[in-house]
Design a binder for this molecule. Sequence first.
Ligand code: PGA
Length: 249
Amino acid sequence: MYKKPFIAGNWKMHKTVSETIETLEELKSLVKGVSDRTIMVAPPFTSLSDAGKLLKDSNIFLGAQNMYFEDKGAYTGEISADMLLEVGCKFVILGHSERRHIFGESDEIINKKVKKALQKGLTPILCVGEKLEERENGMVEEVIEKQLEMGLKSLTKEDVLNIIVAYEPVWAIGTGKTASPEDANSVHKFIKDSLKNIFSVEEDKSIILYGGSVKPGNIVGLMEKHFIDGVLVGGASLSPVDFSKIIKF
Ligand code: PGA
């Protein structure tokens, strides 16, 4: 199991290769010597190879933002698990709400990706989260439960021990609106309880990240909460200074 707190950065469609190198060099020096937490960044595909070389033997793990579930073949525009492993990825973000809602990824597809990642030895970071109208209609637990059940369908306890779940309420992503630490904590508890009920994974063995407008100014309040094991940071992970502040909260 990876060390907690677990602080991950999702760069989304930002940064060219040269910008990636510049950012990671600065980040590396800012977090040099930090050994009491897990740090991960997920640059875009084109930057992964250079990022992998730069982060080798550092305290920052490399992740990808997506992958396809087939090993190889006629899948124009897609990237396989082996391709990610070869450039040094240890993690892959799967089922991000932007993949679900902009690119139409279903829970079935996400489940296939999770299984392939596990089979290949990549650690999936499975994202779940409700939309604003679902929250307003009191459907948070129902939505999260379905995403977990379908995303983790036919996996074993052993598999689930090798998965990280990120709770990212869709209305809090990139909007500046964070879920209150109390609200996030209660959904995290629900996720941990579900993993326990379905897979017998003990609460302290799972890693559940919060994502959605995490910034240097709100990280402490979030991380004080018992069931929040770390964060998945979008916008603020693009700045090495801000991201290092979040890492060293
Ligand atoms: P944000 O993105 O921090 O920019 O809100 C979080 C995410 O989508 O992972």
